[in-house]
Design a protein around this ligand. Structure first.
Ligand SMILES: Nc1nc2c(c(=O)[nH]1)N[C@@H](CNc1ccc(C(=O)N[C@@H](CCC(=O)N[C@@H](CCC(=O)N[C@@H](CCC(=O)O)C(=O)O)C(=O)O)C(=O)O)cc1)CN2
Ligand code: MET
Ligand SMILES: [Zn+2]
Length: 755
């Protein structure tokens, strides 16, 4: 008889509370740390993470959620599905990292958004010649390591359905899901090996099933779990879903023989569970503590929900709604919080304790956790009563603005006005905003933070960087310049630090991809811009050159997408408030002389709801917020925007709806297909399809950039075409950037001569 656990989380962060893993992996790449030393750092981080969970009272601890880079890549490695082109690397770790980030000769796997989060996974490539083979060493190794520490280890696997649905088919038109039969024997063998190792529960993640799926996909998922649960020698299976409701897949999965189901009760609807009689025989892992946001849980309300669910399942464990990968480790290191704000929040380690408090309350009654319930209730009451949550003046201004027309003339008319005040050559060249964030820049910012240099010295150094970047762009012969964004730690956090209503954490790091991390700001109150945020930088840059310098801002949707947002009002309301602040900034930039203002919305696609039924409403408010942010300037001021990191197919109509005079858009990796999609929706504004991929250190040749431009010109008339890289250059090195942009300008000149 399998033992039943009561309190768990679906996964944990792995980058390290002080980003130890980031530093170790980057040192390994730089050749200053060897593989055994890297392994030792990793092992210590796992030990710490598991013992923290155990000490918090978690009685089933997820393992195999550690990763050197990404869990999808780990799964590809486990299934023998790394691309052939990495085979030449000498060790397994080298092959792994080559697939993740490429080498001088190997192109890496593509990277894309993990559902609607700001985490990015590597997209496995599966071709007709892929022969799946099992390498269970990583998961078995972690199980053994955890057991040696006396930890109740529950290994976590990405399920075969999600693995295939999220992979990319190479040289084949048919759905990869048709190959699930090849994976089943491997998963079956793995389950046997886990059982041999004494594992009681295995968690198999199938988040792909919370998005819209066809009947046949759902039927396949049902067959897969019927087959896996029919295996005799195996651990109990916890089938985990997160980021939404299972919807139509729920009854199908509940009819299979899996012992447990983990469901997201934050994004999903607890009511749906009552209608599923088969749950009565299962262990329900109730994801009621939000794994993606940072608000303290309303423990009393959660207990009520859990108590109503008690009748629907054989047993219940309390859990987070998803892995804690998406929130920072702990509030303990956040010293800048005021007492009230601090009391409203829960990061990873606080969430573990919320889970165990709820589990205790559910098992032993509310009296057993009276102090926890009272603490949470007091925090909630303090939050609801805080004056920073409601700024009458802001709300009235917004209401008036939204009631009036947006006031910009049609794009074609704006184009003429803009060309008259700012004449540009055909195929104008530009960059997306950031230039390399060099060690000198980051060290200066760290020194300012530690008080080793003063504000004046910091500004002096950053102005030096701006001057260098302007000189470089003039030397290269670019047409529309940027100041290079050296003063920004991040394109969202930088704004949040200056806006009322946001709290920017000092240490709340969350992995975004590989070794790259972000500190998502916390939006807790009404948004107000106390003073201009960027004008001095743009004006300073403009003072150094006769060429136009673009003002550079982040749009409201992206600021929200990469922040922890309020849960006490609809996202659309928060978006309008941020839009108002950005609108004020565009107006100030214009008043300071900017002729071009770029408002980046790289996360427009990311927030698109997973279910089609929810998408139109989202597109409506997100486009509305962008227009609110950008329609305050005169027709003579060109509004640019930038989009990246996505497949744009589903939001292509919304891109046209943004009505930006010029849109720079990631296209290098999708071979300009996005241009056809734009044409199909009648897009007739300026467009700069990225002509090279900035995610790789490779310098593109003049010939290949020219070919991209010629390809683009087949779809877009020269009068509308802009030339730019795919995205900002902040993660690249100075030398690569200079060489790549040199080639970009040379290629443009070549193609201009052909017009
Ligand atoms: N928020 C956000 N989400 C995004 C993106 C984005 O740009 N921002 N881009 C897309 C891809 N995601 C990305 C996420 C992070 C980074 C990135 O470069 N992150 C940096 C940190 C950026 C940062 O906050 N820098 C700070 C702190 C830098 C730092 O680590 N300083 C050291 C000291 C200095 C040193 O030794 O280097 C320290 O504090 O220990 C600053 O510059 O001030 C990193 O992980 O290395 C890039 C892309 C999608 N999502
Ligand atoms: C992720 S989009 C980046 C846009 C920003 N302006 C930059 O160049 O870095
Ligand atoms: Zn970008």
């Amino acid at each position: 008889m399998t033992s039943i656990f009561t309190a768990t989380v679906l996964g944990s962060p792995r980058i390290g509370p002080r980003r130890e893993l980031k530093k170790a992996v980057e040192s390994f790449w730089a050749g200053t740390l060897d593989a055994p030393a890297l392994g030792a750092v990793a092992r210590e981080l796992r030990r710490q993470s598991w013992t923290d969970l155990r000490d918090a009272g978690i009685d089933s601890v997820p393992v195999n959620v550690f990763s050197y880079y990404d869990q999808m890549l780990d799964t590809a490695a486990m299934l023998g599905a790394l691309p052939d082109r990495v085979a030449g690397e000498s060790t397994a770790l080298d092959r792994y990292f080559a697939a993740a980030r490429g080498t001088a000769t190997v192109t890496p796997l593509e990277m894309t958004k993990w559902f609607d989060t700001n985490y990015h996974y590597l997209v496995p490539e599966i071709s007709p010649s892929t022969r799946f083979t099992l390498d269970p060493s990583k998961v078995l190794g972690e199980v053994e390591e955890a057991q040696a520490l006396g930890i109740a280890a529950r290994p976590v696997l990405i399920g075969p359905v999600t693995f295939l649905l999220l992979s990319k088919a190479i040289d084949s038109e048919s759905s990869l899901l048709s190959r699930v039969g090849e994976l089943l024997p491997l998963y079956a063998e793995l389950l046997g090996r886990l059982a041999d190792a004494g594992v009681e529960w295995v968690q198999i993640d199938e988040p792909a099933l919370v998005a819209d799926r066809t009947e046949s996909e759902i039927a396949t998922a049902g067959e897969v779990y019927r087959a896996l649960s029919a295996i005799e020698h195996r651990p109990a299976i916890l089938l985990a879903s997160y980021f939404g409701d299972l919807g139509a897949a729920l009854p199908t999965l509940a009819k299979t023989g899996v012992e447990g189901l983990a469901v997201d009760l934050v994004a999903g609807d607890p009511g749906a569970l009552a209608a599923i009689p088969e749950l009565a025989g299962k262990h329900l892992v109730a994801g009621i503590v939000d794994g993606r946001n940072v608000w303290r849980n309303d423990l009393t309300e959660s207990l009520t929900t859990l108590e109503t669910l008690r009748g629907s399942a054989r047993s219940i464990a309390v859990s987070t709604s998803c892995s804690l990968l998406h929130v920072p480790y702990s509030l303990a290191s956040e010293t800048g919080l005021d007492d009230s704000l601090g009391s409203w929040l829960a990061f990873g380690s606080e969430k573990m304790r919320e889970v165990t408090a709820l589990a205790t309350g559910l098992l032993s009654g509310r009296d057993a956790v009276a102090a926890e319930l009272a603490g949470a209730a007091a925090a909630l009451a303090s939050r609801a009563a805080d004056p920073r949550l409601h700024d009458r003046a802001i709300r009235e201004r917004l209401a008036t603005l939204k009631a009036s027309d947006d006031g910009r003339r049609p794009a074609a008319e704006r184009r003429e006005v803009q060309a008259a005040v700012l004449p540009l050559p055909l195929l104008p060249t530009t960059t997306i905003g950031s230039y390399p964030q060099t060690t000198a820049i980051r060290v200066a910012r760290a020194a300012l933070r530690k008080g080793e240099i003063d504000e004046a010295e910091y500004l002096r150094r950053m102005r030096g960087e701006v001057a260098d970047v302007i000189a470089l762009q003039e030397r290269l012969g670019l047409d529309v310049l940027v100041h290079g964004e050296p003063e920004r730690n991040d394109m969202v956090q930088y704004f949040a630090e200056q806006l009322d209503g946001f709290f920017a954490t000092a240490d709340g790091w969350v992995q975004s991809y590989g070794t790259r991390c972000v500190r998502p700001p916390i939006l807790f109150g009404d948004v107000r811009r106390p003073r201009p945020m960027t004008v001095e930088w743009t004006s300073y840059a403009q003072s150094l050159t006769a060429k136009p310098v673009k003002g550079m801002l982040t749009g409201p949707v992206t600021i929200l997408a990469w922040s922890f947002v309020r849960d006490d009002q609809p996202l659309s309301e928060s978006a309008d408030q941020v839009a108002l602040a950005i609108r004020e900034e565009t107006v100030d930039l214009e008043a300071a002389g900017a002729q071009v203002v770029q408002v980046d919305e790289p996360a427009l696609r990311e927030l698109l709801p997973l279910r089609a039924a929810d998408q139109p409403a989202y597109l409506d408010w997100s486009v509305g917020a962008f227009r609110l942010a950008t329609s305050g300037v005169a027709d003579a001021t060109a509004v640019h925007t930038h989009l990246c990191y996505s497949e744009f197919g589903e939001v292509i109509g919304a891109i046209a709806g943004l009505d930006a005079d010029v849109t720079s858009i990631e296209a290098a990796r999708s071979h300009m297909e996005v241009l056809d999609d734009l044409n199909a929706v009648g897009f007739d504004l300026g467009v700069g399809p990225g002509v090279y991929d900035i995610h790789s250190p490779r310098v593109p040749s003049v010939g290949e950039i020219a070919d991209s431009l010629r390809a683009a010109l087949k779809t877009v008339p020269a009068e509308r075409l802009w030339v730019n890289p795919d995205c900002g250059l902040k993660t690249r090195g100075r030398a690569e950037v200079e060489a790549s942009l040199h080639n970009l300008v040379a290629a443009t000149e070549l193609v201009r001569a052909e017009l």
